[in-house]
Design a protein around this ligand. Structure first.
Ligand SMILES: NC(=O)c1ccc[n+]([C@@H]2O[C@H](COP(=O)([O-])OP(=O)(O)OC[C@H]3O[C@@H](n4cnc5c(N)ncnc54)[C@H](O)[C@@H]3O)[C@@H](O)[C@H]2O)c1
Length: 277
């Protein structure tokens, strides 16, 4: 996601320096003519805005924040000596309250600086798909800016000015929630049509004809309507599991989210059996 975003921003006349702990990735980018650096403090010094796009895997149902917090520590340490206002923007998918309660305290602890006064913070979720990463980045349906304060949001908005799309500015927690509400709706839609698929099978009906006809309603649309396959990919399963468990820690009972996951498990078994036969 970071690579597609960086390349996309370059095409919109932004100057970008790529930083990654994976040297092979950086070498590949350098060979393609992109600006790269292996020195985070130098990147911090050179850049007005730092964008963090590291993994947030789900391990045993829990969001693992170790990559994000390690980068926040490193960026914090690097910010300490910079002596200039910088904007730190988290782009990794994280559960609501993470930027405010985990990332900002880490940045402040390691930089010994004050958020808002010495540096700005935004959470800016990404909606691109792995398949079509660059094109999706360049043609977003909306840009969501979760801002610690107005100064942070104003600075981030400047880099999205060339994108002809709606920009929604809100607080950090709401922006984090928007990303999950979007991803989990897509998972819901896929599980719903998988349930329809299983029902059609039982009745001896062609689920494809049903899905095609239903998808023609513009309120429904074509995404995810063809049943028979579980949702996979890097994001939907991990985000569904992490969010469902997070909601349970709030003493809520997310009945629909549990059902989405159960249907996905059922269709996974069905799909495996079908591919083996
Ligand atoms: N892949 C997608 O389609 C997509 C879409 C939207 C959002 N997201 C979210 O974006 C985030 C990143 O996902 P991704 O698919 O791009 O992951 P990825 O694994 O493809 O890329 C993450 C990069 O972070 C680097 N990294 C890890 N630790 C680092 C550190 N300490 N310092 C510097 N670099 C470090 C890794 O080497 C890797 O190159 C996740 O939170 C994911 O949920 C992904």
């Amino acid at each position: 996601m970071g690579q597609a975003s960086g390349i996309g921003l370059i095409s919109k006349d932004q100057e970008i320096v790529f930083y990654d702990i994976d040297r092979k990735k950086l070498n590949r980018l350098r060979e393609q003519g992109y600006n790269t650096s292996t020195d985070l403090p130098k990147v911090d010094k050179m850049s007005e805005i730092l964008m963090i796009s590291v993994p947030t895997p789900t391990i045993q149902g829990q969001m693992n924040l170790s990559f994000v917090l390690l980068v926040a520590q490193n960026v914090g340490k690097a910010l300490e000596g910079v002596g200039e206002y910088k904007l730190v923007t988290l782009r990794s998918t994280v559960l609501p309250t993470t930027t405010r309660c985990r990332v900002i305290p880490t940045l402040m602890k390691y930089s010994k600086l004050q958020a808002g006064q010495d540096f700005g913070v935004c959470f800016n979720p990404e909606f691109l798909t792995e398949k079509n990463a660059l094109n999706d980045f360049l043609k977003p349906n909306r840009v969501i800016i979760g801002e610690f304060d107005k100064k942070s949001g104003d600075l981030l908005q400047k880099i999205y000015e060339k994108f002809k799309t709606k920009i929604i500015r809100t607080d950090l927690d709401t922006a984090e929630m928007i990303k999950y509400a979007s991803n989990l709706f897509l998972a819901t839609k896929i599980s719903y049509f998988n349930e329809i698929y299983l029902i059609c099978q039982k009745l001896g009906l062609d689920a494809n004809i049903v899905s095609k006809a239903v998808a023609l309603d513009p309120r429904i649309g074509a995404y995810g309507v063809h049943g028979g396959r579980p949702f996979g990919g890097k994001c939907l399963p991990k985000d569904l599991a992490a969010f469902t468990n997070f909601v349970k820690t709030l003493n809520l009972n997310p009945k629909l989210l549990d059902a989405i996951s159960l249907i996905n498990e059922e269709i996974q078994l069905h799909y495996k059996k079908k591919s083996m036969s």
